[in-house]
Structure formats: structure tokens, C-alpha cells
Design a protein around this ligand. Structure first.
Ligand SMILES: C[S@@+](CC[C@H](N)C(=O)[O-])C[C@H]1O[C@@H](n2cnc3c(N)ncnc32)[C@H](O)[C@@H]1O
Length: 367
């Protein structure tokens, strides 16, 4: 099958050493960002890619999981990689280049999975993986404003086409809405105090930098609470809430979870790695609904978590939870029709990365 955007002669087999997964998915080419894919072995064991033909990695990131899964799938395996972050997709493309035409990358939101599959003229798929959240490369890039540890513009968009930044939220939302947002998406008990401090601070000037916000939030917490949360930065929950809101993370996750029965073949499997309880709860409930309706079977009744060795090597993995489901029957393949029809356009010459042209979606973040 021909792959748009990729016309070079492709090496199919044998898979060179570079394409074999190393134990922890360490990305040698990405040493500057210290990127380690989470629970690579567990994901491969859970999804059992051997012999699979079509795999979707909904969060391609730097390509670590994609590389491991495709290597395990064998030479008939093809992978569609999706990510909203074009800069990471370019790096994934380099890493996955060795698989040639077996890999197609799309710059798209995974909430558009149905449309991406329509666009790529693919039918149902064998495997779907979503490794939620952000990559270390994004977190460590001060220009993204995702971290309370490094100063940068208070942006937090993973998809730079989105129009609303974290700075827009903290500088314009009214106090009650801001408190509700920090409570709902950050599960922060002190949301009202924090919202009050933000509103007071912005009276004198616009809050524009990540460290500025981190300091406002820290000072808003009672000293006893700050002391009790030792080891966890006081702004952690507020930053999580803003990131979730800016990127509409929970809405997108729900759309993805709802699309699984439509995109997976019977016996097709999906795995999701979540990093906090708001995500994990949604995954758990969506999978339970599929089991209750007789459409699916849990691959692991209890979530799989990283072992002590991995957590030591990659402390950011400590909150990860992996859940998997296998479809017993398949839903209607006519998914795109009852789905919000968002545009995806064709390949962009040269990069081999396909783009969608969805305008920055704004609005409903609330559950
Ligand atoms: C934890 S990283 C994935 C790392 C990847 N599994 C690897 O091994 O390199 C999460 C990735 O998901 C992407 N992402 C987050 N939300 C997304 C969404 N709604 N649609 C598509 N990509 C998304 C982020 O840009 C980031 O690259």
C-alpha cells in the first residue's frame, strides 16, 4: 500500500539494531530531553502485537512505544502515529524512519481518531495505544510554560494552533470559575484561596510567566500545608488544572474512549496509560461500560504500575497506571458520521507528517 509523503526506498527487514526497543524505551537520540517511555515492556506484553497488521499510537510523542510495538509486531505490522505536537512528531519520524512506509504520522488530536482513519483510508485496527499527558521533552522546555520549575511564558498549549493559553485563563476568568476549575481539574482543596490570590495579583499586572504563577500559588497555601506537602511542589495541582483546561484533555480522552468500539476489530486491543486519577477514572469507567454491555473484556482487572526499578530510573513514571481492554464484538464503522466532523487535510510535503487543520477549539472544558 502506498503511503503519501514518503517516496524513498524503504528497508523492511531485518529491523536494524536501532529499531529494537531497549528495556526502558530510553531514547538515545533524545538524550537532551532525557525521555524515557513508560512501562514499555508491560505495554507490549499487554497488547501482544505479534502478528498484528494495523496499530495506532494515539500519542506518538518521541516514538518510544511505537518503536517497541512495531518491532514486536513483525514485518506485516503498520503503525499510524498521532500527536498534536508537530515538533515531537518530527523527532518521532526520525526515530521511526527505519520502518519506512510501515509508519504514517498525523498531526492531529486523538479525539479525531475516526477522521484520521477515514482520511488514511484504513479500516478497523488491531491495536490502539494512548500514553496520556506530556512528554518530558515538553515538560522540560521552558518555552511551553508547563513547569513550575523553570521560568517561561505561561502558555501550556501542546497544540500551538489552540488559541487560549494558561495566561489567558488566569488573567480573565472570574474568581469563582477559576476556583472551580482548579478544584475540578487539580483536585486542589485550597482552590478558593489560590483563585483569590491570583485575582489579587493580576490587579497590579498581567500574570505572564510560569514562575510568577508558581510563587502566587505557593504563597496562597497555608505554611502548614506547604510543609505537609513536602516533596510535592505547592503549584503542582494548579498547573495540572490549567494544563487540562488549556488542552481540553478530559474531553478529548472521553471522545477517544467512546470511539474505541468503532475503530477496533473484534479481538482488537486498546491500552491506556494515565497519570492522574481524573484520567484513570475515565478510562476505568469507559472500560467497565464496555464490559457491562458485552462489547469488551478487561485485559487486566487491576491497573498495571511501574516497578520500583523503573520509578527509580524515571521518577515521573511513579503515578502511571496502565489499563487494557479487548473488544469481543465491534461497533459500527460508520463512526465519522455521528462524530464531530473536524477537518483533516493531506500530507505536508517533505516532513512525512500529516496535518489536520482543526482550528483551536475553545469552550466547554467542564465535565
Ligand atoms: C507521554 S507523551 C507520549 C510519549 C510516547 N509514548 C513515547 O514513547 O515517546 C504524550 C504525548 O501525547 C501528546 N498528546 C497529548 N494529548 C494529545 C491529544 N489529545 N491528541 C494527540 N496527542 C496528544 C503529547 O503532545 C505528547 O507528545
Amino acid at each position: 500500500m502506498s503511503m503519501p509523503g514518503s517516496s524513498r526506498c524503504i528497508l523492511f527487514w531485518p529491523v536494524p539494531q536501532r529499531a529494537r526497543p531497549n528495556r526502558r524505551g530510553a531514547d538515545k537520540d533524545m538524550s537532551e530531553s532525557n525521555h524515557l517511555s513508560v512501562m514499555v515492556e508491560q505495554v507490549v506484553r499487554l497488547l501482544r502485537p505479534e502478528g498484528c497488521e494495523l496499530i495506532v499510537d494515539c500519542t506518538a510523542g518521541l516514538g518510544g512505544h511505537a518503536e517497541a510495538i512495531l518491532s514486536a509486531a513483525g514485518r506485516q505490522g503498520r503503525l499510524i502515529g498521532i500527536d498534536v505536537d508537530e515538533s515531537l512528531l518530527k523527532r518521532a519520524k526520525k526515530r521511526l524512519e527505519v520502518f519506512g512506509e510501515r509508519v504514517r504520522l498525523f498531526r492531529a488530536n486523538f479525539s479525531q481518531l475516526v477522521e484520521v482513519l477515514d482520511q488514511s483510508a484504513e479500516g478497523k485496527v488491531d491495536l490502539v495505544l494512548a500514553d496520556l499527558g506530556v512528554a518530558s521533552a515538553q515538560l522540560d522546555d521552558p518555552a511551553r510554560g508547563l513547569s513550575f520549575m523553570a521560568d517561561g511564558p505561561l502558555d501550556m498549549r501542546l497544540d500551538l494552533r489552540l488559541t487560549r493559553t494558561a495566561a489567558d485563563i488566569v488573567n480573565t476568568m472570574d474568581r469563582t470559575q477559576l476556583a472551580d476549575l482548579i478544584y475540578a481539574y487539580g483536585e486542589e482543596r485550597f482552590s478558593r484561596r489560590i483563585a483569590g490570590a491570583i485575582v489579587a495579583a493580576r490587579r497590579t499586572r498581567r500574570i505572564a510567566r510560569s514562575l510568577e504563577l508558581a510563587e502566587i500559588v505557593s504563597k496562597a497555601l497555608p505554611p502548614a500545608v506547604r510543609a505537609k506537602r513536602r516533596g510535592v511542589h505547592p503549584a503542582t495541582r494548579t498547573f495540572q488544572a490549567l494544563r487540562i483546561s488549556v488542552n481540553e484533555e478530559l474531553t478529548n480522552l472521553e471522545i477517544l474512549l467512546n470511539s474505541l468500539p468503532r475503530v477496533l476489530k473484534p479481538n482488537g486491543r486498546a491500552a491506556v496509560i494515565s497519570f492522574h486519577s481524573l484520567e484513570d477514572r475515565r478510562v476505568k469507567h469507559a472500560f467497565a461500560d464496555l464490559v457491562r454491555s458485552g462489547q469488551g473484556r478487561l485485559l487486566n482487572p487491576k491497573p498495571i504500575t511501574p516497578d520500583a526499578e523503573e520509578i527509580k530510573l524515571n521518577p515521573r513514571s511513579r503515578s502511571a497506571k496502565l489499563r487494557g481492554i479487548e473488544m469481543l464484538i465491534s461497533g459500527s464503522s460508520d463512526g465519522a458520521k455521528d462524530h464531530d466532523q473536524r477537518n483533516t487535510d493531506r500530507a505536508v510535503g517533505g516532513t512525512g507528517v500529516h496535518r489536520d487543520v482543526r482550528p483551536g477549539a475553545d469552550g466547554a472544558d467542564r465535565n
